[in-house]
Write a new protein. Structure first.
Length: 289
């Protein structure tokens, strides 16, 4: 699928500015439209129930305080959007007046962030988010919602992304369905790459034979394809730090990988490589699940 619609999360923080800057690059590259989303929690529903030990008067005071805080955060988000878009010189349009070509819209929704992300993420070609703010507990982050609730490719932008992304793409490959979904999302990026490196760790679950199969596929999309065996693991699992070290070693500026979980309680049981990459990545990571 050609990328024509991008969803970008924006909360007014320094990280969201980095995410939006990366989105502007993709809007130009793909001549796409980006919806820049700020989710404002509902001040009325974001208050504990009175039955939990809070008086009606106290609940009202808390609600008013929340409303002021949420309003300030929304103003900060819009200010970041206006500033960066003005510097970029890209057209800002109404969400209901989108024309062909590069453009952006600012949209604000009130409600629970996870529900808004799930609903809107499913109707965009690509989602851009920052890494989870709390690397110890990622379970309630929009990053997790985007990865596991939308069915769409997700680009996780680090705090300090490289000036240019996607010239040298690293593909972490074990032949899984998650990796295949990430690779499908990367198909729009491959024509812009001057080099693609396949990173594989041989194990009981991942034979070396998966590498030439992927290399043949990638050569249809890009001219220069290289391979690197990271390690021979036997029964062990590849760690995220090992993977990121390999990305640095080959000099890649963009990583494609599957987002794995290890059970039904996916938010609490991320695969170790997925968790470590989300917490420590220094390059944009395109993930699929």
């Amino acid at each position: 699928m050609t990328i024509k619609s991008i969803l970008v999360t924006l909360d007014g923080s320094e990280q969201s500015a980095a995410t939006l800057s990366a989105a502007l690059d993709l809007v130009r590259r793909f001549s796409a439209h980006a919806d820049v989303l700020h989710v404002r929690p509902d001040a009325l529903t974001d208050v504990p129930a009175i039955g939990e030990g809070m008086s009606a008067e106290l609940a009202e005071n808390v609600s008013e305080g929340n409303a002021q805080r949420f309003e300030q955060r929304a103003r900060q988000a819009r200010a970041v959007f206006v500033k960066i878009c003005a510097e970029a010189g890209l057209p800002v349009v109404s969400p209901d007046r989108i024309a062909p070509g590069a453009s952006l819209s600012f949209i604000e929704r009130v409600g629970r962030a996870h529900a808004v992300m799930a609903r809107l993420g499913r109707v965009h070609d690509l989602i851009l988010v920052g890494p989870p703010t709390d690397s110890r507990d990622m379970s309630h982050s929009l990053t997790m919602d985007a990865l596991f609730e939308t069915g769409r490719p997700v680009l996780v932008v680090p705090h300090a992304p490289p000036a240019v992304m996607g010239r040298h793409i690293a593909v972490a490959w074990n032949g899984s369905a998650e990796c295949a979904r990430a690779l499908g999302g990367a198909s729009n990026f491959l024509p812009f790459a001057s080099r693609v490196t396949i990173l594989t760790a041989e194990s009981e679950r991942t034979p070396r034979s998966v590498v030439p199969e992927l290399a043949d596929y990638l050569k249809i999309h890009t001219a220069c394809v290289e391979t690197k065996l990271i390690a021979s693991l036997g029964k062990k699992h590849l760690g995220g730090r090992q993977l990121l070290d390999a990305v640095r070693e080959v000099g890649a500026d963009f990583l494609v990988m599957g987002a794995h979980n290890t059970g039904r309680l996916k938010r609490l049981m991320l695969g170790s490589a997925t968790h470590e990459v989300l917490a420590q990545t220094h390059v944009p990571v395109l993930m699929g699940h």
